[in-house]
Structure formats: C-alpha cells, structure tokens
Design a protein around this ligand. Sequence first.
Ligand code: NAD
Length: 468
Amino acid sequence: MSDVSMIIGGERRAARSTFGVVNPATGEVHAQAPDCTAEQLDEAFDAAAKAFVGWRADEDARRAALAAAADRLTAAADRIGPVLTAEQGKPLKSAKREAFGASHWLKYFAQLEIPREVIQDDARARVEVVRRPVGVVAAITPWNFPIMLATWKIAPALLAGNTMVLKPSPFTPRSTLLMAEILSEVFPSGVLNVVSGGDELGRWMTSHPTPRKISFTGSTATGRHIAAAAAPDLKRLTLELGGNDPAILLDDVDPAAIVEKLFRGAFDNSGQVCSAIKRVYVPEALHDQVVDALAARAAAARVGDGMDPDTELGPVQNRPQYERVGELVADALAGGATAVTGGAPVGGPGYFFQPTVITGAVEGTRLVDEEQFGPVLPILPYRDVDEVVARANATSFGLSGSVWSADPERAGAVAERLECGTAWVNAHVALGPQQPFGGTKWSGLGVENGPWGLAGYTDLQVQYRARG
Ligand code: NAD
C-alpha cells in the first residue's frame, strides 16, 4: 500500500502495484509509491489533452492558479520537507527551503508576460508574432531536487497554456506526489497529472503519441535516449543534463575569504547539483593554501541523517550513485592522487560518503573528466590563464563555470571565455527564476527559466493581416 497517490484527471489514484522507496540515510525501504500502468498513463495523457482546450483559453485563470499554487506550496513546506528528506536525504531545512524556492518560481511565472510582438504595422499589413502553447507536455525529473526541478517545468508550461503529465524519479517520487495532491486543489482537473514508476514509465511517456513536448532533467545518457525517442514524432525537447563545472581561481584571490562559498558550491546537497563545482583550478602558488582551507572546511562538515538538525550534508541519494562516487575516488587514488581529507564511505548503514578533497588527479582521470555528482572535489594546479581556460573548456559538458578574483572585471574577462551556459564571477550555483539556465554541448538543449524558458513551451505563430 502507498499512502501517497498519483493525480490523474484531478483525482487521487492508486495503482495495481507499488514499489519500495529507500531512505538513503538507512539504506532501507521506508515507504511505497504507486507503479503506474500503461493504461493509467493513457488516462493521464487523455485527461491532459481534454483539459488543454479550456486551460489554454483563459490566461487570467492560469495566472491566478499559479499564484494560488505558490501560496499552497509555501503553506505546505512543513509537510513536504520531511517527506523529501526521508527519500532524498537532504537536511530538513534544505528540504523546506526547496519547497519555498519552488513557490518563488511559481510566483515569478504567475506574473511573467507572454510576449506578443508587432513586427510590421504599415499600409500593407499588420504582422504580429504571438506565442501559442504546444499542447500536452511530458515532464520527467531527477532525484536531486525533485520539487524545485518539477516547478521549473510546471510553472512556465502551465503559464503558456499547456497541460502536463509529470513523472518524478523512482528514487524520489513521494514528495512530488504529495506536491501534486496539494496543487490539485488549485489546478482544474487534468491540467497537472503526476504519475510514478520506473524508467520504463519514462520510455512509455516519451514514445506516447499525445505529448507534443518532452521536458527532461537528468543524466546526459538518458537525455540521448529521450532525444532519439522524440525524433520520430518530432516532439519538442528541452534537455537539462549533466555538468562538469570548473571553478577557476585567479592569482589575486584570498583563499580564506572564498573558502566557504567554494565549499558550498561544491558540496551543498552532498555535491548532487547539476551545476555544482566539480573541478577547482588553482594557480600553483596558491595550491597548498587553497587545498588546506577547503580540506579543513570539508573535514568539519557535519554529515548525517537529514532529520538531525545538526546535519549539513546528508547521504548520497541512492546506492548506484554511492557506488559510483566510491569507484571514481578509488580510481583516482589508484592512479596516484591523494585524498587530503575523506576518500572513503563513512561506514555503517546508509549511503554516507566522507566529504573528500583530492589533489594530484590530472585530466584523463575519471574523477576529473566525468561528472562525479557526489561530495568529492578534485583540486588542480595551473600555470597561466590561457592554459587553464583551455583545460576548463576541454570537456564535452558545458553547463556552467566560475572565475574567482579580487578584481571582478578581470575575472569577468576570463569568465566570458568559458564555453558554458552560465559563467559566474565570485559565485557558483547562483540561480533565479529570471535567469535562463541551460547547457552547451552535452549539458543540454534549450533552457529553463525566464522568458527564454517560457518560450520553450510555446510555438511561434505569425498573425498576418493584410491591409488595403
Ligand atoms: P536519470 O537520467 O537516471 O533519470 C532522470 C529521470 O529519467 C528519472 O525520472 C528516470 O526514471 C527517467 N528515465 C530514465 N531512463 C529513461 C528513458 N530511457 N526514457 C525516459 N525516462 C527515463 O538521472 P538522475 O540520475 O535521476 O539525475 C542525475 C543527473 O541529472 C545528473 O547527471 C545531473 O547532472 C542531472 N541534472 C541536471 C540538471 C540540469 O538542470 N541540467 C539538474 C539536475 C540534475
């Protein structure tokens, strides 16, 4: 039995069977979630297609519903928080903050203008370019920020007049199902349907004839499958994929002044952030100082069950990811790198990994070249700026990056040379609903957030009225 339900056509729906959801702090199944059948998925897409007709017609009603959804989420943060912590592992205050953040996103989109542009208005014609909803959207989300990343899709898609069927990750379905139940009180039935199940359910969604668009956040490997699945039907796509973000420190930084920001940029959410710092490049002269400062900060981090109010870093979210992090560290150490702090699992139940700072790993090492997505950070020395820019860009990823300096102008000039979707100066993972977020190369296709993200949920229509 699952105490959380799917929402299909505005109704709470159980499934014939359920699957277990593990609490990563214990490694044990702590609850169940419904396993959506193919017939129920059909029903969800039917409900979304029916609801589209009325939903697209009333922009004011859409804005009012999104604003109400924002209020409901804020009010429900205390309910959502513990459910999110139990399945995701993050500290309870971060889980609640995620609900508040999601609410902030909904509020932003409730007020965002849907552009209409007059591009010609003369004796021959009045020509206007308008944005129309694409129809039903299939949305698929990962396990690192289930609530936040779901609203990054729900808010713009629904504002534009689309309806949606959303599937959370099978590792973290319950918080999204709870959110859907809460939001079902403000959206007309069929506008937002949320189903849960494994990767197979995701494949059914992407090959289903009803959705006109797939919006996906997850790994690059899955992104490729989804792009292939979308191709035969020419479904529209937004793909928010993995990253291997560099942080470049210039030679005028004061390590003590930036260590906390660097630590948070790399280790928040136990490193399971698509745009976390995943490689730090440091001038040779500052290398030891930066390593000492970061290692001391990482060693002091309080790792534990997210329900413990003292916990700063929770466990790695799931067993495969926990094993992968261990493998990448072991591979680096076998190749001659050093764990200045950490370097191994914490031991005991749950998927806890020691916050780890690695030196002596070079490009060509998996930990440097691949996305570790865990509480492990390699620090690499460099000689000159041209060299470090080339090394930072020598990756198939291009999500984001940062440059750190006492002189923001100087850092800005280097940041402009990074091949990525967001280039920060003296910050990392600084996001907002107004900023388009997306990646170059293997990090994605299209962007989320801001008017640019909204545009991704629309098709352009030219309205041409001849005169005379
Ligand atoms: P994942 O790709 O394994 O799974 C994501 C979702 O896709 C899940 O809901 C899963 O059930 C579903 N899925 C799996 N195979 C599918 C298929 N063939 N067809 C359709 N759906 C399928 O990713 P994950 O491990 O849950 O998330 C971690 C990854 O997500 C990391 O690489 C991280 O960088 C990335 N991420 C990116 C962003 C971003 O905005 N760029 C944000 C967060 C996470």
